[in-house]
Design a protein. Sequence first.
Length: 135
Amino acid sequence: MDARIVVLAGDGIGPEVTDEAKKILSAVADKFGHSFTFDHQLMGGCAIDAKGTSLPDETVEAARSADAVLLGAVGGPKWDNPNAGSPRTRLAGHSQGAQPSSPTCARSSYTRNWSAPAPSRKKCWPASICSWCAS
């Protein structure tokens, strides 16, 4: 399998974690005959510093065209702004209408059950800030 993976390392510990994840993915690729190409893009505080926005349009386009996205931690005290919205939530809103079978909610620690009837689905609070839970 050949795959292009967009790496959104983010901030703080994010780059360290995604670097280690890339090492693991490369070992898997070597062992099983896969080929992974890593495309590093900006997201979070580093994107704010470089581009003035937490999720630049070129990052969204790269993620849309990728086979997978490796997402690290984003944010930190330097960029705290509760009214700015989460770049993870914004990125989730650009999933080309695809609904993962069991995505991890961008604002919580539980997994959303897409097959459950709508009234019994767990939702973020407030749901309006999460593109998965607002549906």
